[in-house]
Design a protein around this ligand. Structure first.
Ligand code: PLP
Length: 373
């Protein structure tokens, strides 16, 4: 059975060029990057070249990129360090953030008694910027943690505006850019963000490698102890092939951005038109959404609702109901629970997320499968 993968917000297939690069590095660069001999130095050079490549595409300094295993790790480290080392007494976030942020914030609240305030989100997923402004006017040492693109709905936050508001009020700004890095141009010279996080597997790179951007002059304390790797901030022998892989992934994604964005935008438009043609009452969850995520509420009866993902899966079609970690769970999505009313939450919402590898034929197959339920 041919598989149809429409769950690219959960993870993406690795590009062949990235696989080739990682194999090359695994075969020839086996040195420990901390060794001072030439074999070690050669491995170290791969790491530093990769760091420079990422910095070039994000318009920042290479020293501002810190490799981590995942974005989750980077977010845990940054928020914890902000509370422990920068004396942050309050975190402002929203209830539609990824659990990597929400669970970390909850743990910090319990452990350090840090105050937590949530920015309201409207029915279409838009943040209440006026409320954020009021919250920020309170003179307490604050970090704001708000994402760029929501992983369930694709709603795009205005991070330039948020960054400016934070800096006018002397608050730090941590941004979860997991869904946007590699899929849009970000210029960190212009963007008033202090920290951001990324994971390679969301932009056709390998799993288990990500990075944090930490604005220069912000000195964090180590998340792990035991070595000098990553400025002593993240001890442990580096995964050289993964690091080479993330750099190749960002390079290919951003070099091909215009072309691939065009393909993906057309697929998303086509998908929505076809869904509307088959289910005229279908509506989109969220407004101002990113070009690769379509979250649709379908007018299905309760008995059909439970069957949707199962039936699609039986036909080899992968889509998601909520974020990746929630697919398969019976709990409603915490993101949609913030946005929709009870009647809407009883109906099924599907997250369909595209990559340039998808085709219109795959979308036709998915819609035919939905019609058969
Ligand atoms: N933040 C967002 C918006 C995500 O979509 C994800 C992954 O689903 C994460 C954070 C966590 O990424 P990772 O599991 O690679 O750490």
């Amino acid at each position: 059975m041919k598989k149809i993968y429409l769950d690219n917000a959960a993870t993406t297939p690795i590009r062949q060029e990235v696989i080739d690069e990682m194999i090359k590095v695994m075969q020839s660069e086996y040195g420990n990057p901390s060794s001072t001999h030439s074999i070690g130095r050669s491995a170290k050079a791969i790491i530093e070249t990769s760091r420079k490549t990422i910095a070039k595409y994000l318009h920042c300094n290479a020293q501002e990129i810190v490799f981590t295993s995942t974005a989750t790790e980077a977010t845990n480290w940054i928020l914890r360090s902000a509370v422990k080392d920068f004396g942050v007494k309050r975190i402002i976030t929203s209830k539609v953030e990824h659990h990597a942020t929400l669970y970390t914030v909850k743990a910090l609240q319990e452990e350090f008694g840090v105050a937590v305030e949530f920015v309201n989100v409207s029915h279409d997923g838009t943040l209440d910027y006026a409320q954020l402004s009021v919250l920020l006017s309170n003179d307490v040492k604050t970090i704001v943690s708000l994402m760029h693109v929501n992983n369930e709905t694709g709603v795009v936050n205005d991070i330039q505006r948020i960054g400016m508001m934070c800096h006018e009020n002397k608050a730090l700004f941590h941004c979860d850019t997991v869904q946007s890095i590699g899929k849009t141009d970000l210029n960190l010279q212009d963007l008033a963000v202090d920290f951001l996080v990324a994971s390679a597997h969301k932009f056709h790179g390998p799993k288990g490698i990500g990075f944090a951007f930490v604005r220069k002059n912000l000195v964090l304390q180590p998340m792990l102890f035991g070595g000098e790797q990553e400025k002593g901030w993240r001890a442990g022998t580096e995964s050289v092939h993964q690091i080479a892989g993330i750099a190749k992934a960002i390079e290919f994604s951003l070099e091909n951005l215009e072309e691939e964005r065009k393909v993906i935008t057309a697929l998303k438009d086509y998908c929505f038109q076809q869904l509307k043609a088959s289910f005229s009452d279908a509506t989109v969850n969220g407004s101002n959404t990113f070009y690769n995520i379509l979250n649709v509420l379908l007018p299905f009866s309760p008995e059909k609702t439970a069957m949707i993902l199962f039936n699609l899966d039986m036909k080899g079609i992968a889509v998601s109901r909520g974020s990746a970690c929630q697919s398969g769970s019976v709990k409603p999505s915490h993101v949609l629970a913030e946005m929709l009313d009870d009647a809407e939450l009883k109906k099924p919402s599907l997250r369909i997320s595209f990559s340039h590898y998808n085709t219109k034929e795959e979308i036709d197959c998915m819609i035919s499968a939905l019609k058969e339920i």
